[in-house]
Design a protein around this ligand. Structure first.
Ligand code: FAS
Ligand code: PHB
Length: 389
């Protein structure tokens, strides 16, 4: 099989890249290890920056998002029971879109099916070859038969545990990592959200987040120890803990019910540098990971492939290599700023086992500063709604 760009991974990064390149008339094949249903079954991100909304519109998949997504003007922080709303629209004239990653993925999959572009699900043993030369190839096994794709470029959109970054010689890559001593236990429940907007809660017992997917479906998280087992958290224990970490009004308004999904996500900050190796590019979680506190993971992934699609469009359209040569440096500048914001949000909102009384006062002072300073609040708003692409 021959294609112009072979994309590894049918998560939001791979699917959006495929959609944007197809719009430019660039031929792609996506190889995905899992089944379509498995990919759709993952419950992950929920908040889109305006830049991400624009990229999904550019790919022609924004209709359902605009019809069903929830535009939010702000978020609330709750610190040991004291609540404060940050009004992004008033502070900097920007908003965010609440629309689950599952729905983004579903819309991208549907558009790709309609375009007729090739996606190979349940592709086993994917391996990358010759990307340090001009004729890279990708091999995989489908239904027990070994296949090969000859291409011009390979886009590694296969997430943190994917094969793409692992295919780069270790001495060609520098990585930066911080692993947090806790995880997020998340549940999905078909009950109305407790609040019109997200509530990020800091409490001595740990962080909690009240989010949503629609007016009838809510998403909640509580911070748990890093090695916690989800089996230790029956629904009743989750609801009791969530009530203890939010303010009394929110606790009293919670509409609880049986969880339809429950899982624990580890938290880490991670960046690989650079993001280009000859004819191989890394994008999305294959390139970087942020703790979900700043709602940046999905948005960074979408921005990466927006840049990569522009670069490849220049290569094929204008025969210019400027974009592909600049991709890594351009993307990493914005990635590191989002890494900083995600680390900062995580640092002020979570309880760390080694935080002493002084450290807890510093966390409270961060909150009090944001509440009392319009400049501080505008900085929060600028980062949360997304720095310029
Ligand atoms: P993905 O991991 O989504 O997709 C990679 C795809 O590549 C997968 O479908 C995988 O099956 C496939 N793949 C892997 N190895 C392969 C191989 N060898 N061959 C072929 N295919 C292969 N972000 C937020 O903003 N907010 C959140 O609340 C949030 N919660 C998260 C919870 C969890 C448990 C995780 C893991 C991440 C969370 N994230 C969150 C971040 C998440 O949304 C990612 O940023 C987003 O999925 C990135 O998309 P991709 O880069 O496409 O990677
Ligand atoms: C979610 O709704 O899943 C969500 C929202 C905001 C975050 C993280 C997760 O910061």
């Amino acid at each position: 099989m021959r294609t112009q760009v072979a994309i590894i991974g049918a998560g939001p990064a791979g699917l959006l890249l495929g959609g944007l390149l197809e719009k430019e008339g660039i031929d792609t094949v996506i190889l995905e290890r899992r089944s379509q249903d498995y990919v759709l079954g993952r419950i992950r991100a929920g908040v889109l920056e305006q830049g991400s909304v624009g990229l999904l519109d550019k790919a022609g998949v924004g209709a359902r998002m605009h019809a069903e997504g929830l535009v939010h003007d702000g978020v609330e922080f709750c610190f040991d029971g004291d609540k404060h709303r940050f009004d992004f629209r008033k502070l900097i004239g920007r908003t965010v879109m609440v629309y689950g990653q599952t729905e983004v993925t579903r819309d991208l999959m549907h558009a790709r099916e309609l375009s007729g572009a090739k996606t190979i699900y349940e592709a086993d043993n994917v391996s990358l070859h010759g990307f340090d030369g001009d004729h890279p190839t990708v091999r995989y096994v489908k239904d027990g038969i070994e296949q090969e794709i000859v291409c011009d470029y390979i886009a590694g959109c296969d997430g943190y545990h994917g094969v793409s970054r692992a295919s780069v010689p270790a001495d060609a890559l520098q990585t930066f990592e911080r692993i947090y001593p806790f995880g997020w236990l998340g549940i999905l429940v078909d009950r109305p959200p407790v609040s019109d907007e997200l509530i990020y809660a800091h409490h001595a017992r740990g962080f909690a987040l009240c989010s949503m997917r629609s007016p009838t479906r809510s998403r909640y998280y509580v911070q748990v120890p890093a090695n916690e087992a989800v089996e230790a958290w029956p629904d009743d224990r989750f609801w009791d803990e969530l009530r203890r970490r939010v303010d009394p009004e929110t606790a009293g308004n919670l509409s609880t019910g049986p969880s339809i999904e429950k899982s624990i996500a580890p938290l880490r900050s991670f960046v690989a540098e650079p993001l280009r190796f000859g004819r191989l590019f890394l994008a999305g979680d294959a390139a970087h990971i942020v703790p979900p506190t700043g709602a940046k993971g999905l948005n960074l992934a979408l921005n990466d492939v927006g840049c990569l699609a522009d670069a490849l469009g220049e290569f094929y359209g204008e025969k210019s290599e400027a974009g592909v040569n600049h991709y890594s440096e351009r993307v990493l500048k914005r990635v590191w700023k989002a890494e900083r914001f995600s680390w900062w949000m995580t640092s002020i909102l979570h309880t760390f086992p080694d935080t002493d009384p002084f450290g807890r006062r510093m966390q409270r002072a961060e909150f009090d500063y944001l509440v009392g300073s319009e400049i501080g609040a505008r900085s929060l708003a600028e980062n949360y709604t997304g720095l310029p692409l």
